[in-house]
Design a binder for this molecule. Structure first.
Ligand SMILES: [Zn+2]
Length: 428
């Protein structure tokens, strides 16, 4: 799996207030509701896109903007580059959001709703858009009642001939009608069709007008399940559905798991933990290893014990800002960073040498242990790798021979360049 790289931007609409989800949304925007105890919906939305090679995002903000900005930062921790379009003062609706964010968008860009939960493969949609180069290519579905959304009629060439914005009279899909499913590719030229200075709806104003005046708009019918999280009942169902999806998904991806301290960063004095980025020293070869692993089709996932959180020496926010710097150091090429905040006495399942962190990452990213590697510099890393079932690589340094004597790694290396050789051999 070599991931395509794309300069295409995705505009992620995250300004939804989620008023029917109160009290959950009293303190967070709807896009930040948790799918699992450690995974907000918006993070899943971004992951699905980065997995498909789309790594440049503009996120619009309105309700509790700092909850999103504070968590995602500049995107580096998520293998992405994120810019924000602040609508704190005035919500601009879908097309208004496009107009406001226009300068940050690529010539063709994706429009994605942060409150839709799905695992959609965008490639056919992007392909259809690139073939016809219209102003808009929308996704279409029939998995809901016709009256619940905007309806489109498409000809055999996928060009949309009629658009019925809600509210409308239609109660069936006769005449080749479909519902607008949400995910859309737009040409930035569409900005010329969006009035300035007020909220404008794409589905109820701009697209109907384009279709009415004979401008090209295309539609692609999709079968993928798309869930809404807008009410407590739907949100509860969405979490169950998501969990079942993760449990059932075949684990086919290969990953390079990296320990942080002693692998990405040089070990500080034993027992001294990093609480300030200015103390960090990268291990020689780490940038090349991370980029090389990605090129070979590996996910690059960090799994690190951070007991200084459990000891009260560092906050989660402080750790996030260190990890943003860490991710920037390797060119925004880490897919995700998993950490255990506990101390031994907590008896958690995620502190290495237990393998809870690796298992959580594997479940969320569909990672196969058999084709994956873990690089570490202590017996804890080797123990976690062997419990998880992936191959372990022990990185020696001047002070860890004692650790090496306590474990049986599959490989022992003296420098990170040797890790890349092992990955290459394994890929051959
Ligand atoms: Zn833990």
């Amino acid at each position: 799996m070599v991931r395509p790289t794309s300069e295409m931007t995705a505009l992620v609409l995250a300004a939804g207030i989620g008023s029917r989800l109160r009290p959950i949304t009293d303190t967070i925007p709807k896009a930040m509701v948790a799918l699992t105890p450690t995974l907000p919906l918006l993070e899943h939305v971004l992951r699905q896109l980065t997995l498909q090679g789309i790594r440049r995002f503009v996120i619009n903000l309105h309700h509790h903007p700092d909850a999103i900005r504070g968590y995602f930062g500049n995107g580096a921790r998520f293998g992405a580059w994120i810019q924000y379009s602040d609508e704190s003062d005035q919500l601009l609706d879908t097309a208004g959001a496009v107009r406001k964010a226009a300068e940050h968008l690529s010539d063709d860009f994706l429009l994605v709703y942060a409150d839709q939960l799905h695992f959609y493969d965008y490639a056919p949609l992007i392909e259809l858009h690139r073939r016809h180069k219209p102003l808009a290519t929308v996704t279409l579905k029939r998995s809901d009642l016709p009256q619940n959304g905007d309806l489109a009629e498409a000809g055999p060439d996928a060009r949309i001939t009629q658009w019925y914005a809600r509210p409308h009279e239609h109660r069936d899909f006769g005449g080749g009608k479909y519902l607008n499913a949400g995910m859309t590719v737009l040409s930035r030229r569409i900005v010329d069709h969006i009035p300035a200075g007020r909220p404008v709806s794409l589905d109820r104003e701009v697209i109907p007008e384009l279709v009415r005046t004979g401008q090209p708009v295309y539609g692609l019918a999709v079968e993928t399940e798309i869930l809404d999280v807008g009410t407590p009942e739907k949100y509860a169902y969405a979490r169950q559905w998501f969990s079942a999806r993760l449990d059932a998904a075949p684990r086919t991806r290969k990953a390079l798991f990296l320990d942080r301290d002693g692998v990405i960063l040089r070990e500080l004095t034993p027992g001294h933990y990093l609480t300030d980025w200015s103390e960090a020293r990268p291990t020689p070869g780490i940038t090349e290893l991370v980029a090389g692993a990605r090129e070979l089709g590996y996910l690059v996932l960090v799994a690190t014990n951070q007991p200084q959180i459990g000891r009260g020496l560092l906050t989660e926010a402080g750790l996030q800002s260190i990890h943003q710097k860490l991710a920037e150091l390797v060119g925004n090429n880490l897919d995700a960073i998993y950490h255990c905040p506990h101390v031994d006495e907590d008896g958690c399942e995620c502190r290495k040498p237990k393998h809870g962190l690796l298992e959580r990452a594997a479940r969320e990213w569909q990672v196969s242990p058999e084709t994956s590697f873990m690089v570490g510099d202590t017996f804890r890393d080797v123990g976690a790798a062997s419990r998880f079932g992936c191959r372990s690589i022990f990185l020696r340094n001047e002070q860890n021979d004692g650790d090496l004597a306590r474990c049986q790694p599959d490989h022992v290396v003296n420098q990170l360049g040797e890790v890349l050789d092992l990955l290459r051999e394994s890929t051959r």
